[in-house]
Design a protein around this ligand. Structure first.
Ligand SMILES: [Ca+2]
Ligand SMILES: [Ca+2]
Length: 243
């Protein structure tokens, strides 16, 4: 009987101690606040990493993101090149030489082409994101700076600081049938065209001009079939386009 009473008393004491100590612990933790650097917890924007472009990438100016590949492109105005950053690891994975004093960058995620305004050379360098090489250089107005892309029409707009003009570029340097811009024609491209024709995906999900494989002026199941036939080896070439 005594033992039972002692046990009950102990339980009550432990319970009391818990009730008294717990609010103290919670109070102290609350006073300490969230761990340092956990700014994301309070809902506001905060810097979570700093990537160094280094001596090889001096005076970075323009920046653009390809949401499909998670690559980030930075125009380094002081070293005449573009740093390619992998968004998963936040590291520079490639450096691409462009024109003189690059400033603006824009990406067409559909074609995987990157457009860089070369301020001193008055042109635009076109980088292929699959190979990280300059595939074209386009002369524009004087001292180009800002650049923007409409992925739906594949038109590129360049603001020319030096002569109060905007250059409109049409980029036809695409591979017919390669609607996802990965540099090859595969069954994935045929599927994308079929899904677009069926209304399952929007025009932003594929390169519409590359999707018009038979150059009919529109995208239909015929184009999807042609891609499938080429992948399967049933045809060696797509139908000839143009006059
Ligand atoms: Ca493809
Ligand atoms: Ca067509």
């Amino acid at each position: 009987m005594m033992r039972a009473r002692t046990a009950i008393l102990r339980l009550v004491l432990v319970g009391l101690a818990g009730v008294l100590v717990l609010p103290l612990v919670v109070g102290v933790l609350a006073l300490r606040g969230p761990p340092s650097g956990a700014g994301a917890d309070d809902g506001g924007p905060s810097v979570i990493a700093t990537i160094t472009t280094g001596l090889g990438g001096r005076s970075p100016q323009g920046v653009a993101v390809d949401p499909n590949t998670n690559r980030i492109y930075v125009a380094n105005s002081g070293s005449n090149n573009v740093s390619v950053i992998d968004g998963a690891s936040n590291t520079v994975v490639a450096t691409v030489a462009v024109g003189s004093n690059p400033r603006g960058v824009a990406v067409n995620p559909t074609t995987n082409h990157i457009y860089v305004t070369d301020n001193f050379s008055s042109n635009v360098s076109v980088i292929d994101g699959a190979s990280n090489t300059v595939v074209a250089t386009v002369a524009v107005g004087m001292s180009p700076q800002g650049v923007a892309v409409n992925p739906n029409t594949n038109r590129i707009y360049v603001a020319n600081w030096g002569d109060d003009t905007v250059s409109v570029i049409e980029d036809n340097s695409f591979l017919r049938g390669d609607v996802n811009g990965d540099g090859q024609v595969s069954m994935v491209d045929a599927m994308l065209i079929a899904q677009y024709v069926a209304g399952l995906i929007g025009s932003g999900a594929l390169h519409l001009t590359a999707a018009d494989v038979n150059c009919s002026g529109g995208v239909s199941m015929v184009d999807a079939m042609l891609v499938a036939q080429k992948v399967a080896g049933l045809i060696s070439e797509f139908p000839a386009c143009g006059p």
